[in-house]
Design a protein around this ligand. Structure first.
Ligand SMILES: C[S@@+](CC[C@H](N)C(=O)[O-])C[C@H]1O[C@@H](n2cnc3c(N)ncnc32)[C@H](O)[C@@H]1O
Length: 216
């Protein structure tokens, strides 16, 4: 387990706690839900990478054939299991996106929401794995340039101490072991093209965007 994964296994779950979120982060979350409500059709199978408390699985469960969430954080997997109790077409399992226990093309859709990809140190490997298991579409959301101050405010509200930031995609390091950066649209477009996906982008709020990638 790397430092960010260890971080998520301890106090990192605060990142999905609405009590810590700024107004702009709450708007980001709302815009993600509106996007998924529009983009995900009835009767599909779906993987949620870094499923956290399972809120997107819960939201989409009435329309899914089957939904699986993967996460490395035991506390968040426990929270998701509680929140998803009694919903029988979705489940969460402990797994790392860098090596997922699924056959090629296992899911119609793969989600990677709330800048989860910008927390995974081996981003290329994670994206390659997501492409491998996806039959139709990948939905990824991340931050826009100019969002750094808002992110710093948000991490401060989570109680984390920023030790450094650098210009490489507005990368933030905290004393607690958290590392987070913005995924560049150009990098996503190029990487997903190499993996056989065509991309389109959509603004979510003034700090966030979504990438919808469709298998070519
Ligand atoms: C920013 S949170 C987003 C949670 C959720 N998708 C949401 O939108 O509320 C990132 C999530 O990814 C998980 N995560 C981090 N690294 C991971 C990895 N390598 N494999 C699987 N999950 C990971 C964290 O534990 C955390 O739940």
């Amino acid at each position: 387990m790397d430092t960010v994964e260890e971080f998520y296994n301890s106090g990192g779950g605060l990142i999905v706690d609405p009590a810590c979120a700024t107004e702009k982060i709450l708007l980001y979350w709302k815009a993600e839900e509106e996007l998924l409500d529009e983009a995900i059709e009835e009767g599909v199978t779906l993987l949620d990478v870094g499923s956290g408390r399972g809120k997107h699985l819960k939201l989409l469960s009435p329309r899914l054939k089957k939904g699986i969430g993967i996460d490395v954080s035991k506390p968040l997997l426990n929270a998701a299991n509680l929140g998803l109790a009694g919903i029988y077409n979705v489940a969460v399992i402990e797994a790392n996106v860098k090596e997922m226990p699924f056959a090629d093309g296992s899911f119609d859709y793969t989600l990677c929401m709330f800048n989860t990809l910008g927390n995974i140190l081996d981003t290329e490997k994670a994206l390659k794995e997501m492409a491998r298991v996806t039959k139709k579409k990948i939905v990824i959301t991340s931050y826009l340039p100019g969002s750094l101050e808002e992110r710093k405010k948000f991490y401060g509200q989570c109680g984390w101490a920023i030790t450094s930031t650098d210009e490489d995609c507005d990368r933030v390091h905290t004393r607690e072991g958290f590392v987070s950066w913005r995924i560049e649209k150009e990098w996503l477009e190029e990487s997903l093209k190499e993996l056989g996906f065509n991309t389109r982008f959509r603004g979510l709020t003034d700090i966030a965007y979504a990438c919808i990638a469709e298998k070519a």
